[in-house]
Design a protein around this ligand. Structure first.
Ligand SMILES: CC(C)(COP(=O)(O)OP(=O)(O)OC[C@H]1O[C@@H](n2cnc3c(N)ncnc32)[C@H](O)[C@@H]1OP(=O)(O)O)[C@@H](O)C(=O)NCCC(=O)NCCS
Length: 128
């Protein structure tokens, strides 16, 4: 979770401070389509609500329709398109710059008290 929101200026302008579920992935690929991704998203929504947030966002690349379908099924709607930029170090120690056309999706979260004790897990990251 990125509590301070997506770093892309297009997203910040459209909805400042919207917490972002970033870097979602289920590995190895054989474990996909078993409901794990959806369960992780629902847990992230609970976590956001526990922190008093009323909306959660996530970005999806333009060439990832399967993930986009999953998010749409879970109630996420387009906020804005943006250009995602990040870098990583490859096996040779060379820094690679990446640029990807993405759409930022948001879901309004229901207000009210959570009744179940949420499980702890890898999404239970600390706030900055
Ligand atoms: C996108 C991603 C995180 C989704 O995770 P997932 O665990 O496969 O997602 P889910 O299983 O919850 O839902 C996806 C599919 O399973 C189906 N499904 C959901 N619950 C299910 C269950 N209990 N039993 C069987 N199938 C189920 C859904 O209908 C959906 O169908 P699809 O395979 O035709 O798309 C995963 O595909 C992934 O890691 N992709 C590579 C990285 C990536 O693209 N990340 C997203 C970046 S934005």
């Amino acid at each position: 979770m990125i509590w301070e929101g997506c770093g892309a200026p297009e997203v910040r302008a459209a909805l400042p401070g919207c917490p972002e579920l970033n870097g979602l992935g289920v590995w190895p690929p054989e474990l996909r389509s078993r409901g794990i991704g959806g369960a992780l998203i629902r847990r992230a929504e609970e976590l956001a609500r526990e922190h008093g947030r009323t909306v959660l966002g996530l970005g999806v690349a333009a060439d990832n329709p399967r993930a986009a379908d999953l998010y749409a099924r879970l109630g996420y709607r387009r906020l804005t398109d943006y250009v995602g930029r990040w870098s990583y170090e490859d096996r040779d120690g060379v820094t690679r710059e990446c640029v990807e056309h993405c759409t930022f999706l948001i879901k309004e979260l229901p207000s009210g008290t959570l009744t179940e004790e949420p499980p702890s897990g890898p999404l239970d990251v600390k706030q900055p």
